[in-house]
Design a protein around this ligand. Structure first.
Ligand code: 13P
Ligand code: ZN
Length: 270
């Protein structure tokens, strides 16, 4: 059996956590990632039958039964993932209709998966119904997007249009737009269910005054979505207090749709 420390999925996860920390999106234990893996990928690196511990989840997710996830630990610092991956990350198999997670590797200090596990698992289930290739749910606290939720309306169409107008490539990268949840108590099944519902129509979901969720077919896609939206929010926060002289018009957005073969979210452009 191969050494799990050489597994491409683990190497990429470690690099992503480090990169997110370096971007300033994941202070202290802020943020969490879950990456869905196929049994064949996992079996190359570990015994998928040997359950180290069974951890109750507190929710049901029947469609994820038997699925494998590499996930960040609760209270763990992204900064430290690169130094002690086996402490800060865990590999789990979802069992009993989602009510339990069987730990196969990691969380070696007795830790467990992120407190946002409900939002992650429910969002995976929701994204898989839209795109069966989805593998990643990523949560973080990007500064400018968070700042924007204090000064911009939380109306999803208006929020999306503002971001699209901040950089030419935004509409190309996230034509599905950004959905927004009002402030809700984090770490609960309720915010998990609300996030999953929002994930059915967009791969980015803002948690007002908290942070952002991104979904993708791989770590790069989820990271790139967040990176692009955060860049747009940064520009917004630089100009919001200044008189607006120019913008990207809806006519120009339509040109981008044609040039890059994307379709903006229905009803979001005039
Ligand atoms: P965890 O440490 O439980 O992953 O929580 C971090 C966080 O960002 C909560 O929203
Ligand atoms: Zn958070």
């Amino acid at each position: 059996m191969k050494d799990i420390m050489t597994a491409p999925f683990l190497v990429e996860m470690i690099r992503t956590c480090t990169n997110m920390y370096n971007h300033g999106w994941d202070e202290r234990n802020g943020g969490n990632i879950s990456l869905m893996l196929d049994e064949s990928e996992v079996a190359e690196y570990g015994d998928v039958k040997r359950v180290l511990r069974t951890i109750p989840t507190g929710f049901k997710a029947p469609s994820l039964d038997g699925k494998y996830f590499l996930v960040t630990g609760t209270g763990k610092y992204f900064k430290n993932v690169q130094y002690e991956p086996a402490v800060n990350l865990g590999l789990v198999k979802i069992a009993d209709g989602g009510e339990n997670a069987q730990l196969l590797w990691g969380f070696t200090d007795g830790g467990k998966f992120t407190s946002e596990f409900p939002a992650h698992m429910m969002s995976h289930a929701a994204r898989l119904t839209v795109n069966p290739s989805n593998r990643v749910i990523m949560h973080c606290h990007p500064t400018n997007l968070l700042a924007m939720t204090y000064v911009h309306t939380l109306d999803e169409k208006a929020f999306t249009r503002t971001l699209w107008q901040m950089c030419t490539e935004c509409i190309v990268v996230f034509p599905d737009g950004v959905n927004v949840l009002p402030w809700m108590l984090c770490g609960t099944n309720e915010i998990g269910e609300a996030t999953a519902e929002k994930m059915k129509t967009a791969r980015l979901v803002v948690w007002a005054q908290h942070g952002l969720y991104g979904a993708g077919v791989d770590l790069d896609e989820a990271f790139g979505l967040i990176e692009t939206a955060e860049k747009a929010a940064e520009i917004y926060m630089k100009i919001a207090h200044l008189p607006l002289v120019n913008t990207i018009t809806d006519e120009q957005m339509h040109l981008l749709e044609g040039r890059f073969s994307v379709k903006a979210r229905e009803g979001y452009l005039s």
